[in-house]
Design a protein around this ligand. Structure first.
Ligand SMILES: *[C@@H]1O[C@H](CO)[C@@H](O)[C@H](O)[C@H]1NC(C)=O
Ligand SMILES: *[C@@H]1O[C@H](CO)[C@@H](O)[C@H](O)[C@H]1NC(C)=O
Ligand SMILES: *[C@@H]1O[C@H](CO)[C@@H](O)[C@H](O)[C@H]1NC(C)=O
Ligand SMILES: *[C@@H]1O[C@H](CO)[C@@H](O)[C@H](O)[C@H]1NC(C)=O
Ligand SMILES: *[C@@H]1O[C@H](CO)[C@@H](O)[C@H](O)[C@H]1NC(C)=O
Ligand SMILES: *[C@@H]1O[C@H](CO)[C@@H](O)[C@H](O)[C@H]1NC(C)=O
Ligand SMILES: *[C@@H]1O[C@H](CO)[C@@H](O)[C@H](O)[C@H]1NC(C)=O
Length: 263
């Protein structure tokens, strides 16, 4: 009788439908937050390196893991899921090909790019169909990996400090083994000693530095020939050549480039 009058006012909802709706609500109700945590290693990674998102304190009755890009559990942002029962990984729409999921749920990213910066959400599914969610985040910075091609016969060498410098930091190009007979130094951008690519030169006789056409204002040359770059940018990527002024010419070359692969 009473169900019939409810029916007249609102339209019919069969009993079974109501029960189903209630059970679905219970099913998807977020569980009280567990201790599931994500630990990114490292939190701040150089571009081209690897990041591991470690899963801590997953409950023992977990039967599956699903990773999402962002602070969201939306299937459009699904990277990969793993079923412990079938021991299979299933890539999602946000899978880039650089992610590997392990049976313990941890997710490995290889060769990270700046676009990988951000949060990642893990949803675990337990054998009672309840689930837990945790989010972690990491950052990827551009790194200027420095390479130096030594010329076997030259004693003069250049050593970049640091070898792996993030954009916006400073790099010192150390000149080693400069001969005592050196009268001056000239730094060039590129692998040629062309005047239009001259950054700065230094005369030991007059103790003066002379900026060239390729001088950006961020370089400082020292009396020992070393060159300090402040606030490096991606545009600083490239070869650098040091020429010493004396009876002969020795031109060790240095290659500064933006990292795009693991070191
Ligand atoms: C795991 O859970 C325990 C108990 O809540 C907590 O003390 C511990 O810090 C957690 N470990 C991690 C890595 O989150
Ligand atoms: C994820 O989003 C929720 C609500 O939108 C917020 O409370 C939480 O702090 C966020 N977590 C992270 C790691 O950004
Ligand atoms: C999960 O497995 C990976 C790969 O075997 C391992 O490197 C990582 O340490 C494991 N995670 C935890 C939290 O033990
Ligand atoms: C300086 O030159 C010597 C002799 O060629 C060489 O053994 C040494 O490694 C050089 N030092 C540096 C820092 O390049
Ligand atoms: C050259 O001078 C700079 C500035 O004083 C110093 O930091 C650097 O260590 C010196 N280079 C060498 C090879 O000693
Ligand atoms: C570094 O360079 C960026 C642009 O390339 C500029 O916005 C920033 O102010 C510079 N920082 C310093 C400390 O000079
Ligand atoms: C890393 O990614 C860059 C592009 O982002 C690609 O050029 C390079 O080959 C990749 N390296 C490896 C080892 O996959």
């Amino acid at each position: 009788m009473q169900p019939a009058s409810a029916c007249a006012r609102r339209g019919c909802i069969p009993w079974q439908g109501i029960l189903l709706a209630v059970s679905l609500l219970t099913f998807w109700n977020p569980q009280p937050t567990g201790q599931l945590t994500i630990e990114p290693v490292p939190v701040d990674a150089a571009e081209g390196t690897d990041v591991l998102l470690l899963v801590h304190n997953a409950s023992e009755n977990v039967v599956g893991y699903t990773w999402f890009k962002g602070n969201i559990t939306d299937s459009r942002h699904q990277i990969v899921s793993y079923s412990i029962l079938t021991q299979t990984a299933t890539p999602g729409t946000a899978f880039s090909g650089r992610e590997t999921i392990y049976p313990n749920g941890s997710l490995l990213f290889v060769n990270v790019t700046q676009e990988d910066t951000g949060s990642y959400t893990l949803q675990t599914t337990r054998n009672d169909f309840s689930n837990e969610v945790a989010t972690g985040e990491f950052r990827v910075h551009v790194s200027l990996l420095t390479f130096w091609n030594p010329q076997p016969t030259a004693q003069l060498t250049i050593e970049p400090m640091p070898v792996d410098a993030a954009e916006g930091t400073d790099v010192l190009l150390l000149a080693h083994n400069a001969s005592e007979n050196v009268l001056g130094y000239t730094w060039f951008k590129g692998d040629m000693t062309e005047r239009r690519h001259q950054i700065v030169s230094y005369s030991i006789l007059t103790q003066t530095a002379t900026p060239g056409t390729a001088f950006s204002g961020r370089e400082t040359i020292y009396p020992n020939g070393s060159l300090l770059f402040v606030n490096v940018t991606q545009e600083d990527t490239g070869f650098y050549t040091l020429q010493t002024t004396r009876n002969d010419f020795r031109q060790p070359r240095l290659h500064l480039r933006v990292s795009s692969k693991g070191n």
